[in-house]
Ligand binder design. Structure first.
Ligand SMILES: NC(=O)C1=CN([C@@H]2O[C@H](COP(=O)(O)OP(=O)(O)OC[C@H]3O[C@@H](n4cnc5c(N)ncnc54)[C@H](O)[C@@H]3O)[C@@H](O)[C@H]2O)[C@H](O)CC1
Ligand SMILES: [K+]
Length: 499
């Protein structure tokens, strides 16, 4: 159920279902009935339900919902954008079975209703709302009346999660068969409210033909790649992560990263720093070694020990040529590499230079973990990335261009692999927006790479586990809590695998 389908893929699912014998009206009937069920859960029979319908099949779903609600004793008023006889296909059939009026949309007064069904536009939204549709959406939002949106809130682009002119703020959304990217990407995720995915009779088998490349992030994405160590799990079998840090001015970042790498399962961690004082402070943990590393050559020497199979650079490294040199050294070492923060900012506007370094190396995982600002700086000058239609498309384009796994962080973190796979994370919490949270994620990613989890799955697992840990703590979260919350999160995750 974690596949995420674009509107185009959804239309293909629809087509395949009908080619397989499903009927359009039957699909629409089940869609409309699922919408009616959502209204019934929200308001008792006898309540005033306003259904606003658009000129396409989204409107058709609205006509079906209106008919079902009226049959269940709701006082239904239906308003239509455009004329009833302009409706076509399944929508025309649904309208023909609605015995009530279809009043002009301009007459709709949502404030007078107990609940609104938003069936204006769905997957067929083709441009910014204007005219009567825009006015109606504004009246709906101003009314404060609860809204059940059909498929996607009208005005929201189902593929990008972006608003086209204006969009309905829904109390909940009923969609069909699978989620769309716009249900998970902001602001779409906020405008949808809770999203219910209804089964309308499209067979799962259509997915074999569609082969969707996007998933909602979770254990179904990385479960096979990250399993509990077997009983004789030896510490060397669980890899050795190296956290490269900067000077004394930055104390917590490398320590956070090191702690998280250990907690998530790396067998050993080394903190390398030009400053003994910092390294000792950063280490302050058993199983963490401390090594002096003043120069890239020192770093190369540390990485010459092949048991150090994952290296994290970024937290508190400083921005500039030194860091670039360290990044180049790490990429040439053949260890798995995580690049965050300063390691990325040191390549500001030079994504190609970074891509060149990545390209030199044997096929080992490289993960970059920028937040949106770092991403924009790294990809400055790359219009093919900067002008992508959505965060999902931008992360994908960068992953393909750089040849790395991109973790584009935010409340809707997107993880994208060079081969086109992508996952949108949906278990985050606003409390993760705190200093050090990124360093913790870097450490978790390095800790998973150290255990030879493949780069894409390691990034997806780190993002999801990091968010789970944050969600467990919630208000008052400080970055130090994240590593402490990991044992409980991992216990549940592994137990879930056993299930
Ligand atoms: N895919 C499925 O499994 C099912 C989908 N259903 C519903 O069908 C809609 C998609 O219907 P479609 O007719 O393609 O488009 P819409 O109804 O979303 O749009 C209607 C129509 O409106 C015009 N239009 C687009 N943008 C604007 C605008 N900004 N202003 C004015 N007019 C606009 C354009 O001509 C569109 O064609 C999907 O969302 C589901 O709700 C099935 O009912 C169930 C199966
Ligand atoms: K809608």
């Amino acid at each position: 159920m974690d596949e995420v389908l674009t509107t185009r893929e959804m239309a293909e699912a629809d087509r395949l279902a009908m080619a397989g014998g499903a009927s359009g009206p039957a699909l629409m009937d089940r869609a409309g009935a699922a919408v009616a069920d959502a209204v019934c859960r929200r308001r008792p029979a006898g309540a005033r339900a306003m259904v606003v319908c658009g000129p396409g099949n989204n409107g058709g779903d609205g006509f079906v919902a209106a008919r079902v609600l009226a049959a269940r004793g709701y006082r239904v008023e239906l308003f239509l954008l455009g004329s009833r006889d302009a409706l076509k296909g399944d929508a025309a059939q649904a309208a023909a079975r609605w015995s009530g009026a279809a009043r002009p949309l301009t007459e709709a007064q949502p404030a007078a209703a107990d609940v609104v069904v938003d069936a204006l536009f769905g997957a067929g939204l083709a441009r910014d709302l204007d005219g009567e549709a825009l006015a109606a959406v504004e009246r709906i939002n101003a009314s404060g009346t609860p809204v059940v949106a059909v498929d996607v809130p009208s005005g929201l682009d189902g593929d990008t999660g972006r608003v086209r002119g204006a969009a309905v703020r829904a109390s909940e959304t009923v969609t069909f068969f699978r989620l769309k990217p716009g249900h998970l990407l902001y602001p779409g995720r906020r405008l949808c409210g809770p999203v219910r995915v209804a089964d309308i009779g499209i067979p799962e088998s259509v997915l074999e033909a569609i082969r969707p490349q996007t998933r909602r992030n979770g254990p179904s994405v990385f479960g096979d790649a990250f399993r509990a160590p077997d009983e004789e799990g030896h510490k060397y079998g669980r890899g050795h992560a190296l956290v490269v840090s900067g000077g004394v001015e930055a104390t917590g970042a490398p320590r956070l990263a090191a702690r998280c790498a250990l907690r998530i399962g790396a067998g050993l961690v080394t903190v390398a720093s030009p400053s003994d004082a910092l390294a000792v402070h950063a280490a302050a943990l058993t199983a963490v070694m401390v090594r002096r590393a003043d120069t890239p050559a020192d770093l190369a020497a540390l990485l010459a020990d092949r048991r150090r199979n994952a290296v994290a650079l970024g937290p508190a490294l400083g921005v500039g040529a030194e860091t670039r040199e360290r990044v180049a050294t790490a990429l040439r070492s053949g260890a798995h590499v995580v690049l965050d923060a300063d390691a990325l900012t040191s390549f500001e506007g030079e994504a190609d230079a970074l891509a060149g370094l990545v390209g030199e190396r044997p096929e080992r995982g490289v993960v970059v973990t920028p937040h949106t600002g770092e991403f924009a700086r790294l990809c400055r000058g790359r219009a093919d990335i900067g002008e992508a239609e959505s965060k999902l498309a931008a992360a994908r384009a960068a992953a393909a261009a750089l040849g790395v796994v991109v973790v584009l962080k935010g409340p809707d973190t997107v993880v994208a692999a060079p081969d086109g796979r992508a996952a949108i994370n949906a278990n985050g919490t606003p409390w993760l927006g705190t200093a050090g949270s990124g360093d913790s994620l870097t450490g978790m990613t390095a800790g998973l790479l150290a255990q030879s989890v493949p780069a894409y799955e390691a990034a997806c697992a780190a993002v999801w586990l990091h968010a789970e840990a944050g969600a467990r703590i919630g208000p008052g979260l400080i970055a130090e809590d994240l590593s402490e919350a990991l044992p409980a999160v991992l216990r549940e995750y592994f137990a879930g695998q056993g299930a």
